[in-house]
Design a protein around this ligand. Sequence first.
Ligand code: DQA
Length: 151
Amino acid sequence: MAQPLVFILNGPNLNLLGRREPAIYGHDTLAAIEELCRRSGATLELEVDFRQSNHEGELVDWIHEAGDSAAGIILNGGALTHTSVALLDALKGVDLPAIEVHLSNIHRREEFRRHSYPAQGAVGVIAGFGPQSYALALVAMANLIAAQAPR
Ligand code: DQA
């Protein structure tokens, strides 16, 4: 049987990981995080589709695409987290469990990072564990999908 497909979507500037503010985001590249997600996904028997875009509309389109083809969405919206009603509406528009992730703990940084729009359309938020935030989100997603599966 085909494994459940999980879209892992990354927003603006996350392509710069590795050289972007390493004191906050660490030294791992996005490619290394993708590899971690692939390994975690394989262990959890999930298929992973890992993408990054600097464009809000492209992320919205991918959420719609996930609605047609995936079992769940893990989203790191980057800075769009704090501005994008469109990402929230897209998550609400598709009938899929979503988990928001952040590398950094957005609650112990600047005040403006404490508010998240997409979090209001997510089952939960995992923040502050660096690349492990993604691995933890995959474990949570595997449980959500298993809970939905017909027994
Ligand atoms: C981030 C936190 C955001 O506030 C920031 O704009 C990012 C990265 C994180 O993963 O910690 O681009 O989403």
